[in-house]
Design a protein around this ligand. Structure first.
Ligand code: ADP
Length: 202
């Protein structure tokens, strides 16, 4: 089978769906950077950078960082050389405004997405997983109240963007319930059905 010329992916799913973990595995296999806006923001908060100070209170409340700031950050990251042939975006775009920003950026470069991976996890399961993670990782935005806010924003603003991508035939729905490896295999199988196969490791 021929290798895909590009590997531009989004992974979308509710909090606790495992998208961060799966995203890194997919990105590694395809040899493209995994770009997680949440990770970039957290690194800036930890490093006490100007951006970190700007977004800390917003993130701790579970609200979204303003689109202009987030989209600029993503444009800068995707303009780096290592993202020329592809990337895996995790946590962006998160609402319709960001979808429009990403479209405009890619459109200007004559690029487009190859697939949108939707991890489907029922609400009860995702709440259970985040509660576990809260104990293990101690993320400051993993308190009960903030989690509820993040899930509400996901359902209200992020889930609807899938309809936009579904119209373009880009969405592949993956059952996110099951073991880590099981879910990874489902994702690779679904991508392969679309002719998206990772380059063979040498
Ligand atoms: P989760 O998916 O568990 O909410 P993330 O690591 O993706 O975790 O995001 C953590 C927080 O970072 C979000 O609650 C939000 O405040 C901020 N954030 C991340 N990505 C975006 C984005 N695309 N737009 C606005 N805010 C974002």
């Amino acid at each position: 089978m021929t290798q895909p010329r590009s590997a531009r992916f989004l992974i979308v799913g509710p909090q606790g769906s495992g998208k961060g973990t799966q995203g890194v595995l997919i990105a590694e296999a395809f040899g493209v950077p995994a770009v997680s806006t949440g990770d970039i923001f957290r690194a800036n908060i930890a490093g006490e950078t100007e951006l970190g100070l700007q977004v800390q209170a917003i993130i701790e409340s579970g609200e979204l960082v303003p689109d202009a700031l987030t989209s600029e950050l993503v444009r800068d990251r995707l303009s780096q050389d290592d993202a020329a042939k592809g990337f895996l975006l995790d946590g962006y775009p998160r609402n319709r405004g960001q979808v429009a920003d990403l479209d405009a950026f890619l459109g200007d470069r004559g690029e487009s997405l190859d697939a949108v991976i939707e991890l489907v996890v029922p609400r009860a399961e995702s709440i259970e997983r985040i509660s576990k993670r809260a104990i293990e990782q101690g993320r400051t935005d993993d308190t009960e109240e903030v989690i509820a806010n993040r899930l509400a924003i996901y359902e209200r603003e992020t889930a609807p963007i899938l309809a936009v991508y579904r119209e373009s035939g880009l969405v592949t729905e993956i059952d996110g319930v099951g073991g880590l490896d099981e879910v990874t295999s489902r994702i690779f199988a679904a991508l392969a059905e679309r002719g998206l196969v990772p380059p063979v490791a040498v």
